[in-house]
Design a protein around this ligand. Structure first.
Ligand SMILES: [Zn+2]
Length: 291
């Protein structure tokens, strides 16, 4: 049988023995990402299969090339719409055809997101039927991208920010209408004058450059393994679909295209199909590069 050590980044607790599991945290807020790292003893027989199950979804583990030995990791997002509760993270592994389970208690708490109360219903009526169809098409196209998992991880170094500027609107602001959650701010807004160079936060492949209804000129970069970063409202593109970009490559210039009141950069991140807090994600994935 494979043995387990639960090793939090801040506490160490020995459970069994020769597989070490590290969780970035056992308390996560809605829209935050957890990092699970797993280190197998070099003398253990090869694991045939490992995955994590969380909130009804299965997540693969990938080989952790940033660490010596037989190490693996999984990035596990919590949806914005998940209510505070006690949840469970189950790590499943197969050895010699036998399935083993190891489960951890995860406390999902409510993120510290601000509330914007709307007095007027966000009206769909103002959007023409033709544009509503366009919005639906664009959403479908984006979801198809986000649900595609490129096996290889293109990221090689800690992530950077898309520009050095002030944050004007944080991720996660709740938009309530009559006390009912209508929507939330799905990215982090940075102050950016028209023409400000916007940079890729990590290595990856450009999978979309397109003018869209809400997001305006949009760039989406695939970083591999279900990780995507998005850059919206650009005035100009500096890359095209299919281009391979390095961390820090200029991908476009900031602008005010799409449904906006002024120029800024809306930056967002998807992990395994789930929209997450971009800056919390950057802090979490950067743990992989700590020595
Ligand atoms: Zn925004």
């Amino acid at each position: 049988m494979i043995k387990i050590v639960l090793m939090l980044f801040f506490t160490i607790g020995l459970l069994y023995g020769s597989i070490e599991i590290e969780l970035s945290d056992t308390h996560v807020a809605n829209a935050q990402t957890m990092l699970v790292r797993l280190k197998a003893d070099i003398n253990e027989p090869k694991l045939q299969k490992i995955y994590a199950a969380y909130e009804g979804i299965r997540y693969p583990f990938y080989h952790d090339k940033f660490r010596a030995g037989r190490s693996f990791y999984a990035l596990i997002p919590t949806s914005y719409y998940t209510k505070p509760k006690e949840s469970k993270l189950v790590i499943v592994y197969v050895e010699d055809g036998q399935k083993y389970y190891s489960s951890y208690k995860i406390t999902i708490c409510e993120g510290n997101y601000k509330t914007e109360k709307l007095t007027v219903a966000p009206s769909r009526a103002k959007i023409s039927r033709k544009n509503q169809q366009r919005i639906a098409r664009e959403r479908k196209e984006a979801m198809k991208i986000y649900n595609t998992k490129t096996k290889k991880l293109y990221i090689q170094a800690p992530l950077s920010y898309p520009l050095d500027s002030k944050i004007t609107s944080a991720f996660g602001n709740k938009r309530l209408f009559n006390g009912v959650l209508k929507s939330y701010h799905s990215g982090t807004d940075f102050r950016a004058k028209k023409g400000t160079p916007i940079k890729a936060v990590a290595r990856g492949r450009v999978v979309l450059t397109k003018k869209r209804f809400f997001a305006g000129n949009s760039v989406i970069i695939d970083h591999g393994q279900g990780i995507y970063t998005c850059y919206y409202h650009l005035s100009r593109f500096k890359v095209k679909k299919g281009d391979f970009v390095k961390k820090g490559s200029i991908i476009g210039l900031a602008g005010a295209t799409g449904r906006v009141t002024g120029p800024h950069l809306h930056f967002s991140v998807r992990v395994n199909g789930v929209q997450v807090d971009p800056l919390q994600f950057i802090d979490t994935i950067d743990i992989l590069f700590e020595r």
